[in-house]
Design a protein around this ligand. Structure first.
Ligand code: KIV
Length: 271
């Protein structure tokens, strides 16, 4: 069920980097409650993300922007009660990391009150100073580049990023910058598979793809997408793992197996 090096002991931040060095795929999904967390744990997921996607898939909002730190703390605490082995990454929502002091306060809450072991934040540029501050205060950080949903208004929609040469070069430079600032992990969302492969090869920290092709060090999916129950149009990178299984636990286990074997994502799920 687990990757071959896992013993059932809780996954740690250094374990994630070790997975990359051993070329073992890292399996992740979003999670917002204790019951789903227990299913993720049983299925051998390596880390769960308490994502601000909860604003859209749980609360029914049209973007992630209204999500608050209190809400992420609440859901992180719920998730923590259902888990033994997977590491918990919690999202810093829109504006909650706008400067290093605010980021420290809010990251501290996600860890101390919620039980997260790592926080995730979107962007590069000025975000690098925030990452550096968090790292110096013992907060492990997951960066997030490519399609960053908190930038939906600037981007003009939920679109693939890094297609033009100049944009691809910029993304590669941003990936190096967040790593140099101290990020432990990097989520790449909706970028061409070839670019994600190049970034993954360049960096020594693990990359976790969502709509970023098969060459990232791991994969993450929104749990409701994985179960095929998110309303509306299904993005190309999503696969319904409940189809073909007879339980939620079976679907998560099928997803974990498909990621570890390299079967998911296939060509048809990428850009
Ligand atoms: O909020 C979220 O769920 C995310 C994933 C889609 C990576 O950021």
């Amino acid at each position: 069920m687990y990757s071959k090096t896992a013993t059932g002991a809780p996954v740690t931040v250094p374990d994630l980097r070790a997975f990359k060095h051993r070329a073992e795929k890292i399996v992740s999904m979003t999670c917002y409650d204790a019951s789903m967390a227990a299913r993720a744990d049983e299925a051998g997921v390596d880390f769960v993300l308490v994502g601000d996607s909860l604003g859209m898939v749980v609360q029914g909002q049209s973007s992630t922007l209204p999500v608050t730190v209190d809400e992420i703390v609440y859901h992180t605490r719920c998730v923590a009660r259902g888990l033994r082995r997977p590491l918990i990454v919690a999202d810093l929502p829109f504006m909650s990391f706008r400067d290093p002091a605010t980021a420290l306060t809010n990251a501290g809450r996600l860890m101390a009150e919620g039980g997260a072991a790592m926080v995730k934040l979107e962007g590069a540029d000025w975000v690098c100073e925030v990452i550096d501050t968090l790292k110096r205060h013992e907060v492990p950080v997951c960066a997030h580049l490519g399609l960053t949903p908190q930038s939906v208004h600037r981007l003009g929609g939920y679109k693939v990023q890094g297609r033009a040469d100049a944009d691809a070069q910029r993304l590669l430079a941003d990936a190096r910058a967040v790593q140099d600032a101290g990020a432990d992990l990097l989520v790449l969302e909706c970028v061409p598979a070839a670019l994600a492969a190049e970034i993954t090869h360049e960096l020594h920290i693990p990359t976790i793809g969502i709509g970023a092709g098969p060459h990232c060090d791991g994969q993450v999916l929104v749990i409701y997408d994985l179960l095929g129950i998110t309303p509306g149009r299904r993005p190309r990178f999503v696969k319904d793992f409940l189809a073909g299984t007879d339980s939620v636990g079976g679907a998560i286990a099928a997803y974990a197996r498909a990621v570890r074997s390299g079967e998911f994502p296939g060509q048809e799920h990428g850009y």
